[in-house]
Design a protein around this ligand. Sequence first.
Ligand code: SAM
Length: 193
Amino acid sequence: MRESDKEERYPFAAYEKIMDRVCEILEGVPGHKLLDVGIGTGKLARKLMANGYSVTGVDFSQNMLNEAAQANPDAVLITWDFSKGLPDFIKTHDYSAVLCNYAIHHLTPCEKKVLISDMAKCLDPEGIIVIGDVMTETLEEMNYAMGKDADLWDEDEYYIVVDEFREQMSEYHMEFEKFSYCSGVLVMEPPKK
Ligand SMILES: C[S@@+](CC[C@H](N)C(=O)[O-])C[C@H]1O[C@@H](n2cnc3c(N)ncnc32)[C@H](O)[C@@H]1O
């Protein structure tokens, strides 16, 4: 377990609980084809594949992908920088869900919008997007976390404030679950066509 999770501090406060919740949500989704954006070493993918899911993973770090490949020999792994959205060949509208755990904070708000819209193009009609990350419902909560952890705060990352995200992406239905003062899980349903 990561130190900052053990100590319930930014940035990884409740990281393990969030991973478990992301898995639980995905296991409730019909279908077995998942896309993991920012797959890293594939820890989540390993849990999901053990339960019969097929996983396609995207990451720009070859080192991460090498580890993910070792842990998940059956995963399809794609080297790609998701700050420019997702590759056309995976926008197939047949993934049951797209997950993005502790990775979307690397993108600016504009890049996030492009990525989310591309994620929606990967999904089947019932599909959902599941995001676990440093994230708060309100700006007040984000400011509280930033003040509490001023000594650790990473100014180069862009965390989702769900209230703002709801305004920016009002066509999506969103449900947020808080797991700590600075982190949670957001489930997004794209607009039905
Ligand atoms: C903190 S790790 C999280 C990994 C994994 N999802 C997890 O929950 O353990 C963030 C991952 O996002 C990847 N990443 C960050 N920015 C990226 C980008 N623009 N394009 C592709 N991958 C990126 C990093 O290489 C890293 O593997």
